[in-house]
Design a protein around this ligand. Structure first.
Ligand code: ZN
Length: 148
């Protein structure tokens, strides 16, 4: 794993891009509080991280969700993807719904987790990239959460 430098000269985590899983259920989204020792620690975001070699964005998002909050891939139904590009570097948000009741745990880089009502997401200190995607006009993430 390593950093990438996009065409704009920013440094982004994940040489092959990154991906995260946004799970929405009955108007709430599953967010994790990132452990303080991580990049942008102490902020809330969706479970996610750098894509590995040969991994699709969906595969990466599901792997990260398993590693960080203990959600099995077969416990969710993928319903779409949203790609945010920055200077040739991509972050893919995988939009998914739980199948039945999913068990969520705090693993790896997750300090806490919460099912947050869509209209309360902005009250949390958010990871800047997640905040940008959530606040975009229009926002596929916000729309998905509200319609879940
Ligand atoms: Zn960039």
């Amino acid at each position: 794993m390593s950093w990438a430098t996009c065409y704009h000269g920013h440094r982004h985590w994940g040489a092959r891009g990154a991906a995260g899983l946004m799970l929405a259920d009955r108007g709430r989204v599953l967010l994790q509080l990132r452990a303080h020792w991580t990049h942008q620690g102490g902020t809330w975001s969706i479970p996610g991280g750098a894509r590995e070699r040969g991994e699709s964005a969906v595969q990466a998002a599901l792997r990260e969700a398993r590693e960080e909050v203990g959600i099995a891939a077969d416990a969710v139904r993928v319903q779409g993807t949203h790609v945010a590009s920055c200077g040739g570097w991509d972050y893919t948000t995988v939009l998914a719904a739980p199948i039945g009741t999913v068990r969520v745990r705090n693993l790896a880089e997750t300090e806490r987790h919460a099912w947050v009502p869509a209209d309360e997401v902005l009250a949390l200190p958010l990871h800047p990239a997640f905040s940008r995607a959530w606040l975009a006009e229009p926002s596929q993430l916000r729309d998905f959460a509200a319609s879940a």
